[in-house]
Design a protein around this ligand. Structure first.
Ligand SMILES: Nc1nc2c(c(=O)[nH]1)N[C@H]1C(S)=C(S)[C@@H](COP(=O)(O)OP(=O)(O)OC[C@H]3O[C@@H](n4cnc5c(=O)[nH]c(N)nc54)[C@H](O)[C@@H]3O)O[C@H]1N2
Ligand SMILES: Nc1nc2c(c(=O)[nH]1)N[C@H]1C(S)=C(S)[C@@H](COP(=O)(O)OP(=O)(O)OC[C@H]3O[C@@H](n4cnc5c(=O)[nH]c(N)nc54)[C@H](O)[C@@H]3O)O[C@H]1N2
Ligand code: SF4
Ligand SMILES: [Mo]
Length: 719
């Protein structure tokens, strides 16, 4: 007899867009996943990745019980034995070598996991190690630092009010592939087209004519890594043309007009040749921007993971402020989520202490991940001897991944909280597998805060709890409790935490909210009763309440940010053109709608289809560069950087700026010992074997993944 069919309304957790989904199940089988048309926020939109949630659940290689590496291969062990062993090993290593001997790396999926966000910290605290790292420092670290300094909290980040803007300037973001980032925005294509339909403009500044550039009103190529110069020239123009219009923030930002002195040295003519955008175009962009009733200057990945990523994001924020677009409808606004984590979370501390080997600054309790390998391989007190990896694959996703791979092989112990044997977790002694996204309750505690409308939605797990499965929070809490016990720390709090669960904290936060539904205050029960989610209206102006500094002023911290102008001058205007640099190209990355960093390649549905006969892992280059280096389309080429060499097919396209080469990240599934049969057939190579752990955005320690110098040559005839 067939089990009954059920329909569940849930949320896709794969990217930041928070699309509502309708999931049909029968017994323990997922039958289908489609967009939830009744979801007021995503209105039925999904991208092809939504079905990957089913593939992930069904994946025959997904790990469902803890496994331990033995000389005879991986062996299944019980949850109790696995958790005990992990806690005992970590404790023993810390007893012998000190607390910092255990390192922690947290990957991107944690941000989509309320349990890991709310209960993971109990584990990190029990660990008491300063050696903490995460994917933040290959990503959005500059945004956090800018928000921490200006607005007083690392996560108080202004969000594009896309639905009301008349001018959307996108610098280094490709939302048509990524579905938006630090801008939770389902159906972004429709919303971008709507700007144009209401007479507004979408402008894309990108070294690649990306999918987003293709549907924009105007696209301008920019030389990778030079966005800070563009922003300086734009700010210069704002003052030179007397377009400053910052009445709404001047009273709370007394030194705002002081920006003029810092940008005086950057007229558009001075930077044009360096960045590849004509002076008159820079001036025109500024004039158009200021004429629009509601304009957004938004910079994302491309602008962040570069040599001046933090300075660029800072200047972008100054530009929004000085043009009167911060906190203004149609500009950059502060989302007010129903469950607000910010008042309960640390605002983030900058540079309070530094990494042991390279003395890189910590931010919010984490060191830059570019320093991880050296902290493992450099002997001395505080050397990392064991690693905990939670939902991350840094061997493929962080700079000089090859070096990190070797460093991981030298560890005494590793535990990975992951459901695959990946390029990283293959080094683990024990893998603790949580359930997949649809099997756990979900509330987007991070991405509701970054959304382009105020909204709230709680999704319950689509399958009943099974005593053989664990969610991430259960794993973290179980490890924390064991570690505290071994350390002789009071474990009194755990009984109530197990009872409360992360959803209890969500309920508490919802009850503090000013929002109401049907005349009643919000609570978990309200959201459970409304499984399509609640729309809580458009973004609202919220200054000065949005400021976390006690004086409610925006603090510009010229001393901190503008100090980087000296490095910028040195970098762009006084560096000698070394002979080798003449033949170098600038490496940039790219995303594809059917990938998600390193981990959806084991789904046949995600990797199938051809790219003009090639895999998706290609090196895109301009016809002029192909001719210069005598490279044919689809020919295998060798790409070399300071740290490594990879070989992959060339894809010649006019969509890329001359002098630039684009290679996607997250590929390179060819390492012995990982267990991803489909991914291995589409292995590709890892671009992070080229990115350089020694080149950083020095202000923040963020990795530089864009603008990396590389050298190419053809290696065979036609591939
Ligand atoms: N060159 C280059 N490198 C980049 C980037 C780039 O643009 N260019 N982008 C960077 C960015 S923005 C990011 S965020 C990083 C991402 O870097 P990482 O976070 O290190 O890598 P992911 O590929 O996201 O790895 C996620 C891992 O978590 C596991 N996982 C998935 N869901 C869950 C879950 O719910 N619980 C647990 N415990 N595990 C889970 C997956 O199986 C996978 O192994 O990559 C960065 N690297
Ligand atoms: N399909 C899919 N969606 C994803 C992800 C994924 O892997 N796949 N990853 C998710 C994650 S973790 C993140 S952080 C977001 C990121 O989302 P986005 O911020 O939109 O990032 P990308 O799609 O990588 O787009 C970055 C753009 O910057 C351009 N660029 C590169 N260098 C420079 C430069 O120096 N200057 C300028 N102006 N532009 C430059 C690139 O050509 C590219 O078009 O996407 C999320 N969504
Ligand atoms: S856009 Fe993002 S959230 Fe929406 S279905 Fe695709 S991956 Fe999921
Ligand atoms: Mo990211």
């Amino acid at each position: 007899m067939n089990a009954e069919q059920h329909t569940h309304f849930s949320t896709c957790t794969l990217c930041e867009a928070m699309c509502g989904i309708e999931v049909k199940t029968q017994g323990l089988e997922i039958l289908s996943i489609v967009g939830d048309k009744q979801n007021p926020f995503s209105e039925g939109h999904v991208c092809p990745k939504a079905m990957a949630l089913k593939d992930l659940y069904d994946d025959p290689q997904r790990i469902k019980s803890p496994i331990q590496r033995t000389k005879d291969g991986w062996q299944t062990i019980s949850w109790d034995a696995a958790l005990d062993q992990v806690a005992e090993q970590l404790f023993a290593i810390q007893q012998q070598h000190g607390k910092d001997a255990v390192g922690l790396y947290l990957g991107n999926p944690n941000a989509h996991n309320m349990g890991a966000i709310l209960f993971g910290p109990y584990f990190y605290r029990a660990l008491k190690s300063f050696n903490r790292f995460s994917a933040t420092s290959v990503d959005q670290l500059p945004h956090h630092i800018v928000s921490r300094q200006l607005f007083g909290h690392m996560s108080q980040i202004p969000i594009p009010d896309i639905d009301r803007t008349q001018y959307f300037m996108i610098i280094g973001g490709n939302p048509l592939a990524s579905n938006g980032s630090i801008m939770t925005v389902p159906h972004v294509k429709r919303r971008l087209k709507a700007i144009q339909a209401r007479g507004g403009k979408v402008v894309v500044i990108d070294p690649k004519r990306s999918e987003t550039a293709e549907i924009s009103s105007e696209h301008l190529f920019i030389k990778p890594g030079s966005d800070a110069l563009l922003m300086l020239a734009m700010l210069h123009t704002l003052f030179a043309k007397k377009l400053v219009n910052a009445a709404n923030v001047l009273a709370i930002t007394p030194d705002l007009l002081g920006v003029e002195a810092f940008v005086a040295a950057y007229p558009p003519e001075r930077v044009a040749g360096v960045i590849g955008i004509k002076a008159e175009d820079i001036e025109r962009l500024v004039t158009e921007f200021c004429a629009a009733d509601g304009a957004i200057c938004y910079g994302r990945m491309g602008a962040s993971v570069q040599v001046f990523g933090t300075l660029t994001q800072y200047l972008i924020m100054l530009f929004n402020m000085l043009s009167g677009n911060l906190d203004k409808p149609g500009g950059m606004m502060f989302t007010q989520p129903a469950a607000d984590l910010l008042p309960h979370a640390s605002p983030g501390t900058i540079g309070q202490y530094h990494s042991r080997v390279r003395k890189l600054p910590a931010f919010a309790g984490e060191y830059p991940v570019s320093a991880l390998a050296e902290e493992i391989t450099t002997p001395g007190a505080g050397q990392i001897k064991a690693m905990v990896i939670g939902a991350g694959n840094p061997v493929l996703t962080t700079p000089n991944g090859q070096q990190l791979d070797e460093a991981f092989a030298s560890l005494e112990f590793m535990v990975a909280i992951d459901f695959f044997v990946t390029e990283t977790s293959r080094h683990a002694n024990i893998i603790l597998p949580p359930v997949t996204a649809l099997e756990r309750d979900h509330y987007d505690i991070i991405f509701h805060k970054f959304a382009v409308r105020n909204s709230a939605k709680y999704s319950q797990a689509i399958f009943p709890v099974d005593e053989n499965t664990r969610t991430d929070w259960q794993i973290y809490l179980a490890l924390a409790e064991r570690l505290d016990k071994l350390n002789g720390t009071d474990t009194g709090k755990y009984a109530s935490l197990w009872r409360k669960q992360p959803k209890g904290l969500i309920d508490d936060m919802l009850k503090l909210s000013a929002y109401q539904h049907a005349g009643e205050p919000l609570s978990l029960a309200t959201l459970i009763a409304n499984p399509h989610g609640l729309d809580l209206g458009p973004l609202q102006s919220n200054l000065p309440a949005a400021i976390y500094h006690p004086d409610k002023h925006i603090a510009l911290h010229f001393d901190y940010f503008m100090a980087d102008l000296a490095r910028l001058e040195q970098h762009f205007f006084t560096q000698p053109d070394e002979a080798e640099n003449v033949n170098s190209l600038a490496l940039i990355g790219r995303r594809h709608l059917k990938s998600n960093n390193s981990w959806l390649h084991n789904s046949q549905r995600m990797v199938k289809g051809t790219n003009n006969g090639l895999s998706r892992c290609t090196a895109q280059l301009h016809p002029d560069d192909a001719e210069r280096f005598a490279i044919q389309d689809k020919q295998m080429i060798e790409v070399r950087s300071r740290v490594g060499t990879i070989s992959l097919p060339a894809e010649i396209t006019e969509h890329i700026m001359p002098g630039v080469i684009s290679i996607p990240h997250g590929w390179g599934h060819n390492k012995t010992g990982s267990a991803w049969a489909v991914a291995e057939q589409h292995a590709g190579v890892s671009v992070n074997d080229l990115t350089d752990e020694m080149v950083l955005d020095e202000l923040s320690g963020n990795a530089v993944l864009n603008g990396v110098p590389i050298w190419i040559k053809a290696i065979t005839a036609q591939a």
